[in-house]
Design a protein around this ligand. Structure first.
Ligand SMILES: [Fe+2]
Length: 337
């Protein structure tokens, strides 16, 4: 194995990026390095023809990019997403896998604890999910392919993406709103848990039940996320209510407002359903995933009354239709165990 593939963690000041993710970027946005122990060496200079660079790489090869070039890399990756998703010459499952990897790479820092959310990063997140929404609106195959390729090991950014993709799919299936409304729903679904970046990791990843004081901090992610978006944009976007309402429950047991269904927007209720479903069917460091069947049982029986019945019924219909379509999807919906 070449040395550049042998190191698994990037050296200080660098991050890895797989060559596969760069395949649809025409011009190299920044310098690319490879590992030639004991240090990274320049492989290709920024501004060059990236397709030629990628064409001569080995399968599975990974480059190193300096941390200071992170925003340049992410901007170029986000801009390449339409080409990846719209290339009908590539099977939908393959397009989805690449798109998911690119979107995850672009979005990971936005949901991290390291840096405050700023305007540019939020716009990049919106651009990324808008691209995905736009492509899903016109491509049914891509909808189930995106569901089939969802990573089910939960991380803030993958849960955000999964929730958005489920949300788009359910809104499309139920014909809830026009393209602009579904775009807003997807933005809200993507950003619903943004405020968790303000919750200490010791609480987020605690492998045991939270005490009341910790729960209070955890519940604060709703208000924190709402305020982060408004601060970054300078105004309240049309999807901000989804962030504020995604933990309200139909029986009034939710937070922060203990609101009843007539006080909660339908798109927020929809995001509540798909958020809970993805959380239950994803693995966390301290809990196994459950199957789609078990997740729906928990939501309908154990959590009876908390979710909008019609939305759950429609979501079950959608999942049933997809799993009968494709084995990959069927396996994905059985859960990672
Ligand atoms: Fe949440």
């Amino acid at each position: 194995m070449p040395l550049e593939q042998a190191i698994s963690s990037a050296p200080p000041g660098f991050e890895h990026v797989g060559a596969r993710l760069l395949a649809d970027i025409a011009t190299l946005p920044c310098d690319l390095y490879i590992w030639r122990g004991p240090r990274p060496v320049l492989y290709a200079a920024g501004g060059g023809d990236l397709r030629k660079v990628v064409a001569r790489t080995q399968h599975g090869m990974s480059f190193l990019v300096r941390d200071v070039d992170s925003d340049l890399l992410r901007g170029a990756l986000a801009a390449s997403l339409p080409d990846v998703l719209e290339n009908r010459g590539v099977p939908a499952l393959d397009r989805s896998k690449t798109a998911y990897s690119i979107a995850a790479k672009v979005l990971a820092p936005i949901f991290g604890h390291d840096r405050a959310l700023d305007h540019d990063r939020l716009m990049l997140a919106q651009q990324t999910i808008d691209t995905i929404t736009g492509c899903l609106l016109g491509d049914d195959d891509l909808v189930w392919a995106m569901v089939a390729t969802m990573p089910k090991q939960i991380a803030a950014h993958t849960h955000a993406l999964n929730t958005a993709v489920y949300g788009i799919a359910l809104a499309l299936a139920m014909r809830l709103g026009n393209a602009a409304q579904i775009e807003d729903l997807a933005r809200g679904a993507l950003l619903h848990d943004l405020g968790k970046a303000r919750v200490p990791k010791a609480i987020l990843d605690k492998p045991a039940s939270l005490n009341e004081a910790e729960w209070q901090v955890m519940r604060g992610h709703v208000k924190a996320g709402y305020e982060m978006v408004i601060r970054a944009l300078g105004y309240a976007p049309p999807y901000a209510h989804i962030i504020a309402e995604h933990h309200e429950r139909c029986d009034g047991s939710g937070y922060p407002g203990n609101r009843l269904p007539h006080q909660v927007a339908l798109d927020s209720q929809l995001v509540a359903v798909v958020d809970a479903f993805d959380a239950l069917t994803s693995r966390r460091p301290y809990k196994a995933a459950v199957s789609a069947f078990e997740a729906l049982r928990v939501m309908r029986v154990t959590m009876r009354g908390q979710f909008n019945d019609e939305l759950i019924r429609e979501f079950i219909k959608l999942l049933g239709g997809w799993s009968s379509l494709n084995e990959d999807l069927s396996a994905a919906l059985r859960g990672a165990g």
